[in-house]
Design a protein around this ligand. Structure first.
Ligand code: PMP
Length: 362
């Protein structure tokens, strides 16, 4: 039974339980026979997949006696979404919050964080992760000096992948299993392919474990890593575009976080900004889904894999279920030039000339 059908105690009760949605129009456009499915995380209360880990990291730290209301100051380096999840959890529970975040991350995320009562410290995007100036370095410096300062540390905290192994993954599996196979919509009854981008890697690691451990050990897990990041395997894939700066937020790093277990990922693809934004446009225009940039990266990676030699057979199998994780929504990026260009400089619809000729008459 969904908790959304009853009165919810507080914002934390409205985290997760996100829909799995058919992307039939994109599948048709791309000539795919398989079921292409999107896990839509922006419907979570804080607007992203990272609400889930924030809730679990805070609750577990409380259980372990590491957080004391009125005293503890939660400090976290993040690309923003984990920060938003933490800030909303801490607003409900009464902890102070400081978020350190690279300059490239959107103003919308900073505004949401400040609105939730967090302090925000911006750091140079180009600072190496282990330098004192990076978002990680600054968080460590603040923690050392601020009484009650605690870093829950999404890069190392087991509750990051566990949140996905115990919630996001089972939700995907349950939705696929619960949907009957019909003549018009055949289904293998299994998750056959799962595609996601990686930042900390908690999402892909946890969901891969949920799918492979008890549901379908043969599922193929595809990781998406932006050009300029170092997470893809084999490492040679990362060399060609080493040093490239990318605009997409939330995925890719210059180090491999502990919580990313690359043994849980079967194959990797590198994606660029342009293809990611083009895929965002498709998700909006033909599926009505207001997703953020990294959702475009995941979809673009999925489509590319389905057209590749290893993916072709699944792409043409009508009953195959291919799940793409869509981590957050476009409301995080409304002021970003890439989005404004896409939205405001888009081809006029066929109605535009009708409207202007009507308005000219009077
Ligand atoms: N997309 C967005 C927008 C994100 O904020 C994040 C979190 N960094 C991710 C993807 C990747 O999630 P994870 O950290 O679990 O790999």
């Amino acid at each position: 039974m969904s908790s959304r059908t009853h009165i919810i105690d507080n914002a934390l009760g409205a985290i997760g339980e996100t829909p799995l949605i058919r992307l039939d129009r994109i599948a048709a456009q791309e000539g795919l026979q398989c079921n292409l499915l999107g896990k839509l995380e922006y419907t979570s209360v804080g607007g992203s997949v990272k609400d889930r880990i924030a809730k679990r990291m805070v609750e577990k730290a409380e259980e372990e006696g590491k957080l004391i209301p009125g005293k503890s100051v939660v400090i976290e380096p993040t690309s923003g979404n984990t920060g938003i999840g933490l800030a909303l959890a801490c607003a409900v529970k009464g902890y102070s919050v400081i978020i350190t975040m690279p300059n490239k991350m959107s103003l919308e995320k900073e505004a949401a964080l400040r609105a939730l009562g967090a302090e925000v410290v911006r750091t140079p995007t180009e600072a190496a992760w282990d330098s004192p100036e990076s978002h990680i370095g600054v968080a460590l410096r603040l923690q050392r000096e601020i009484p009650g300062g605690i870093i829950l540390d999404q890069y190392r905290n087991i509750n990051n992948p566990l949140a996905h192994e115990l919630t996001t993954g089972p939700e995907i599996v349950n939705a696929v299993v619960a949907t009957p196979s019909t003549p018009t919509k055949p289904s293998s009854g299994k998750v056959d392919v799962f595609v996601a981008g990686a930042g900390t890697g908690g999402t892909i690691t946890g969901i891969s474990r949920a799918i492979k451990k008890t549901h379908n050990p043969d599922a193929i897990v595809v990781g998406v890593d932006p050009k300029g990041s170092v997470l893809a395997v084999p490492a040679s894939m990362n060399e060609e575009d080493s040093g490239t700066m990318y605009i997409v937020e939330g995925i890719g790093y210059d180090f491999v976080p502990d919580v990313l277990d690359r043994a849980d990922v079967d194959t990797w693809l590198k994606t660029g900004d342009e293809e990611s934004f083009e895929a965002v446009r498709k998700l909006m225009r033909v599926e009505g889904l207001l997703v953020g940039g990294s959702s475009g990266s995941a979809l673009s990676g999925a489509l590319r894999w389905l057209k590749s030699e290893p993916g072709k057979r699944i792409a043409q199998t009508k009953s195959a279920n291919v799940v793409v994780l869509l981590p957050d929504g476009i409301r995080n990026y409304m002021s970003k030039p890439w989005f404004l260009k896409m939205a405001l400089e888009a081809e006029p619809t066929p109605l535009a000339s009708t409207i202007s000729s009507i308005l000219k008459k009077s």
